[in-house]
Write a new protein. Structure first.
Length: 110
């Protein structure tokens, strides 16, 4: 399982750091499960939005489950927005449910 915590605005450098680690895990384990936790998250800078689109297209089928953790309505909406860009099973959890999100990721029921 990969846990990613983001805050502020994602930029190009964030993807330069994250993508190689993600791709190494895919190479080692095949499909993976991801916890994406947003704390005081404000979206993407323009270049990072393009990086995100490229990432989504390249890794469409590499994520088995995606737990999105946040505390705002638009972050909850991301769980719906992401669906066309991945084959992953996606579930949204509030910030105070991060342990529940981990348990869901570790579960066997798909």
């Amino acid at each position: 399982m990969l846990e990613v915590q983001v805050g502020g605005k994602l930029d190009h450098e964030d993807y330069q750091d994250f993508v190689p680690k993600f791709e190494q895990l895919i190479k080692e384990h095949g499909k993976i499960r991801v916890l994406f936790e947003m704390v005081d998250f404000h979206g993407w800078k323009a270049g990072a939005l393009w990086d995100d689109i490229k990432f989504d297209l390249k890794h469409f089928a590499d994520i088995e489950r995606l737990a999105i953790v946040g505390d705002t309505k638009w972050e909850q909406g991301m769980s719906l927005f992401c669906r066309p860009f991945t084959t992953a099973k996606i579930h949204y959890f509030h910030l105070d449910e991060v342990d529940k999100a981990r348990a869901w990721l570790e579960g066997d029921d798909l």
